[in-house]
Design a protein around this ligand. Structure first.
Ligand code: THU
Length: 138
């Protein structure tokens, strides 16, 4: 159940569900899709891409971020992460830090199921409190 203020664009949710279908996850069998909206309005997507050398696999969020940066984007407004497990697919620790690089503390992370149901909504600062970011280097 989500309040009106927690609702995101249905197109972003659908994009995350659609790209999840293209995930390459033969080892875990756990497909993930991510769709983010950049501050220029563009939507970028990514899916997990696993590897026989297990640590070389990449997460859906990382793929979407890479696509955004390659397109010239630098700021994430919101992101949808679509998993297929029994509960919400919460971003892994590494992905939280990657999101931190390009998202404001209040950036919303929507976690959905393949049918497009929003299971959980968190802000970036809730997922990664007291975080280290670009300004920490100043
Ligand atoms: N995975 C993601 O793509 N994003 C996350 O935030 C959590 C985990 C992927 C990595 C791996 O391919 C599979 O899910 C199982 O861990």
């Amino acid at each position: 159940m989500t309040s009106a203020s927690q609702q995101t664009d249905v197109k972003l949710i659908e994009a995350a569900s659609a790209v999840r279908e293209r995930a390459y996850a033969p080892y875990s069998g756990f497909k993930v899709g991510a769709a983010l909206r950049c501050d220029d309005g563009q939507v970028h997507v990514g899916c997990n891409v696993e590897n026989a050398a297990y640590p070389e696999g990449i997460c859906a969020e990382g793929g979407a971020i890479a696509a955004m940066v390659a397109a010239g984007g630098r700021k994430i407004v919101e992101i949808v992460v679509c998993g297929g497990g029994s509960g919400p697919c919460t971003p892994c620790g590494g992905c939280r830090q990657k999101l931190r690089e390009f998202g404001a503390p209040g950036m919303r992370v929507y976690m959905t199921d393949p049918a497009g149901q929003v299971l959980l909504v968190k802000t970036l600062s809730e997922l990664l409190p007291d975080s280290f970011g670009p300004e920490s280097l100043d």
